[in-house]
Design a protein around this ligand. Structure first.
Ligand SMILES: [Zn+2]
Length: 110
């Protein structure tokens, strides 16, 4: 069984929009979610402009070899992501306007 991470990216950020956590597992988690946000919003057509995010899970104490697959849900604009190998998955909301929101960089869509 795998967990579903329901994340609001703003909860990880301070008043300046940077990651509010300075160290530890919380920081690694925040960096994981910001990396997924960057890869998803900066690369909507799968052009691999940004590196795929490696799965962070370690099932049976071995690092999962999966790379996170993700897309922006057109209905509610949440980022939906899943590891195709171990099934770890979740959604990210509140990413719009953060430092990792690269949707505005795509001039062809606006
Ligand atoms: Zn995985």
């Amino acid at each position: 069984m795998s967990d579903t991470w329901i994340v609001d990216l703003r909860h990880y950020l301070n008043e300046y929009g940077a990651i509010a956590i300075s160290s530890g597992p919380g920081l690694r988690l925040a960096e994981y979610f910001t990396a997924i946000t960057q890869e998803t919003t900066g690369d909507p057509y799968g052009e691999q402009l940004y590196p795929k995010v490696p799965c962070r899970r370690r099932p049976n104490r071995k690092p999962c070899v999966g790379e996170i697959a993700s897309y922006i849900d057109p209905d509610d604009q949440q980022i939906v992501w899943i590891c195709p190998v171990c099934g770890d998955n979740g959604t990210i909301s509140g990413w719009q306007g953060t430092l990792w929101d690269l949707t505005q960089a795509d001039t062809t869509a606006h």
